[in-house]
Write a protein that binds this ligand. Sequence first.
Ligand code: NAP
Length: 288
Amino acid sequence: MRLIDGKKISNEKKIEIKNKIKKIKQQTGKVPGLATILVGANPASQVYIKSKIKACEDVGIKSFHHSLNEDTAVENIIALIKNLNTNQEVDGILLQFPLPNNQDAQECINSINPLKDVDGLHPFNVGLLSISKSWDEIIERNILVSCTPLGIIHMLQMSNINIVGKTAVVIGRSSLVGKPLSMMLLANNATVIMAHSKTNNLKNLCKNADTIVAAIGKPKFINKDFIKDNTVIVDVGINRTSEGLCGDVDFDSVKDMNIDITPVPGGVGPMTITMLLENTLKAFNNKR
Ligand code: NAP
């Protein structure tokens, strides 16, 4: 087994971002700004927001945090977003999900200025990702795409994992992970199979894959029965269990196989936050 060290790759990327921001500050006196919005007091969301603010501090991005009560109406969340859309110091807007009380997240996302949509979830940016013909085009046009999949692609590239022409099975079709990742893998010339809860023969599909991405949200769902040797496994899952944090892959069951795998924690998670910083810098540069 070879571990794909997301923490190390993410730290290297953070240093690169920090140096770029330092240079921008020296040249213009300005730094990128990220506004974060947390509605309610979901403990996991509080931890994520704290990590994101800390990561901004580490690289020199200015944070503007807004905490809203759990019972804040969607109209009021949108009013705040509209205010941030016109704030010149704010380059990126991040609304932490999930929203409490089953509020309509898409309505809020749609109100974010697409140029400040650092989560890459606005239909405008999702559309740009879908119509892009190649990965080069996505990078050269500075398109804002979802952070977790962006981090996964970066991690694969930095680990010299070749996906061109290879079969990738992406398990999970969420707008945050599965769908945008499938588009990004496709732009990188992988042959992509999108699997979900209604997929037949998931084990067989996985057994024939060169890369498996598990973005399911079910602890230890993928075990050695799904995997052949020489497969690359990307474990996106973050599951809190009575035994602690674990991924969607049963790490103990596959660890003696000849595979590349991202650990949980220390794999995809750190990459996601770093790509939020990357997207905020991108949004700052796009404004200019
Ligand atoms: P989600 O919106 O709940 O989507 C889960 C997906 O898994 C759905 O598409 C669902 O299929 C599919 N699924 C559920 N049971 C399945 C089964 N038995 N077989 C095959 N597919 C199945 O989740 P998400 O937001 O994408 O997140 C997935 C996991 O990644 C969660 O653990 C989350 O915490 C984690 N995550 C981690 C990061 C990170 O930075 N590391 C970022 C985001 C999310 P249907 O569509 O058919 O229901």
